[in-house]
Design a protein around this ligand. Sequence first.
Ligand code: ASP
Length: 913
Amino acid sequence: MYIHCHLQVILVTFFITYSASFSHVTHKIGALFSQPNYYSDKSFYYAIKRENMYNPEISFEDIYSEGSNDMLYVREGVCKLLEEGVVAIFGPSTVEGTSIAQSICENYEVPHIQVNWKAISRRYSQFYLNLYPDTDLLAKALGTVVKYMHWTKYVIIIEDENALIRLKDVLEVPNVNDNPVTVRKIEPNSDVRYLFKQFMKSGITKIILDCETDNILNYLQQAKSVGLLRDILHGVFLTSLDAHTLDFSAFNTTANITTVRIIDTESAALKNAITDWNFDHESERSFELVTSDTVRTEAALVHDATLLLLKSVRELTVTGKITATSIKCDDSIVWEDGLRLVSYMKKRGLTDALTGPLTFNEYGQRTNFSVDVVEIIGNNKIKTAIWHSEDPKVLKFVQSPEDQEKNIFSHFQDKTLIVSSRIGKPYLLNRTDELGNVVLEGFCYDLMWAIANYLNFSIKFELTEDNKYGNYDPATKSWNGIIGDILEHKAHLGICDLTITTGRRQAVDFSLPFMNLGISILYKKNPQEESKIFAFMEPFSLEVWLYTATFYLCVTIILFLVLRLSPEEWENPHLCDENPEELENIWEMKNCMWLTMGFIMAQGCDLLPKGISTRMALSMWGFFSLIVTSSYTANLAAFLTKQQQGPNIEDVESLAKSKVKYGVVDGGSTQVFFRTSNFSLYKRMWTQMQQFKPSVFEKDNADGVKRVLNSKEGMYAFFMENTGIEYEVERNCSLRAVGDTLDNKGYGIAMPLGAPYRYLINRAILKLQEDGVLDKLKKKWWKEKYGGGACDDEPPEDDAGSQKLGLKNVGGVFLVLGLGMVMGIIISIAEFLWNIRTISVEEHITFQEAFKAEAKFAANIWIDKKSTKPNSSESTSSSTSAGCESDTHSMSKKILNGTASLIDLDKADSDSK
Ligand code: ASP
């Protein structure tokens, strides 16, 4: 208890003693400001004034001295301030002046406070404090910002060599296309239009400009006057931390202007400070009102530094008196409290500074800071991203996607974007209109206009010179086709059946896919044979047909001989006569031929031999016939089915195995697919494709389709994307798609890397998809326009096997039947006439009379019995029993003759007579 009371007494005594001794102490603070100093002096003055209001016991006085680049003046100025007995010296702001002031201050151990960029980052000095961001870290910040801009081709313009130190990380940013980075030094504020013209000519539309803040607008105007910085794809990155303070309202451009700043324009402390700075405005009128957007970095840093100094002096006074000493520059003394003060300031830092929290490293450098990335749209300065020294390789985007879109959208309005494309059905076509003008149309044309209308901008289609999609040539290290146009900034967008691939994605950005697809095979239907009406002949070759016919004749003759030799084939002709005088053999040539014909037609015959030898011979013919007819039947079915299916290529494997050649579009993504595939089958096919002669690589899809159609016997297949195949098979019914797709990918709209309008285009695509516009366009260009739907009646390919046979396949059978019938009628007429002639001779009547009677009888289809007397037209109702009477033969003969009986009884009849 005693000890506690004792301590209290000591402390109170201590504070009273000190307070008494410190009352009304005034510390002097020296400043050398170069002109113009953009409110640095005001900032200095008001910071001191405000601080003096809070604590009148320890007040501060601002002492000014003239600061200039001239070494003598700077030295003089600093010495003057030292003589005044200042506790710290600010400025001057020039690089040379700063070094002089710093070395003098160091000599006399007086804190030197700097607020400007320094070329040398880390030089150990105990007596200075620099509030300007550390050189190395700021270089990292600039490098990261440039990296995130994804620029492919740009030029760096500098006004002095020191800029290369600021930009050392920018120079190391990896370039997408290995384009060398050009650096050009220019005279400050000179006429550089010729330089900008040169850039334009060589396709450079992006500039990194490192120059005095006050010269920026001049350069930008010059660039604009020669056509640079006029387009949405042109861009400039201003490295000055004060570029955002300029008035861009007169510089009307759609180009992208990006800059960086360290001032927190939203901070309350800044607003307070500005109120102070503008305080005298009404009375002075000699300066313009300052706003949070026009505060220069130096002024803000002077404000922060002054606050830090004043707070530090005050706080240090509590632990030990700070007594300023008047020092002459010739003296060899030092200020004793200088080191204590500067060390305390380094450790203390400041949280509520205008340029973010202040923290320092041992070298008095500001190492912990953040940089805002600012887009300048019109005269609006929009913070889009933030960089922080803690994570120097990363840029954090702070805008919400909606805000980003809004900004870009405002950029877009009523502008005309160039769209690079290529002619290829049905994506883009040339058409001559009623007035004879060549106009463009097609799916991509409609789609692009739908997007443009939705986003409220205009478009102009430009055809890419080489009509290629876009392929990288390692020899020239450049891209051709549409991708080349995008990279060379000839176009803002690229659209056609342009496949999104990883290779292309590294060079350009793509929108969301507007169509999904995969590689498939385009092949000809039935490429081997056209349907023939005599297709039923096809199952056997001509040879087999000839052999069969020859064997038919030979076997018939052999059978004829065998049947004559066989005793069992000689039979009693009169069944009622048990002891006939003669025997009869019915196997004359005609019947033999009918017998063998019946067998080979698999119909059998009502006359059959009885002898063992003849049956033996006939059964062999029967066996032969069985094999031949069943082979024919089986082969006929297989043959006709095969005819409908076409060649035996059902997928990529069977294509690879077949002798059919296959190709792709030259320089397209399909070619790249095979070239870069790791799958052994595709690798093999790629090797094959390279070896095929003549070349199987086609200029475009249209050529590939033509080649498939013109190929003899279907000896060429073409790998094409299934969307294109779909279009072709809709119109050309002799084409078909074979197998499944080999991969899955999509068509997208290409645009420069990091193109600001990418999200808008994506949004438009999604909207058009949701509204069914994409489907409608697809239907229009695939199914309706230019002969779409021509093959709708064709059966689907899968049904080819079960397809019904048409007349063109079996017409020949009908023809043969017809011919057979006609022959039958002719022969029967001949027989009929011959019979009339015989009757007229036998009955001693005229041919006409006999003809009349027979014709009349034949015409009466209700009569089925016939009198043997030709002039009796009446039918007889009496039927004779299976007669043994002699005239029965005559009647049988007539009936059999008339009905083309199988049995020729003429001979038997005449024999019986
Ligand atoms: N659509 C493809 C491309 O973009 C062309 C192809 O290879 O079929 O390259």
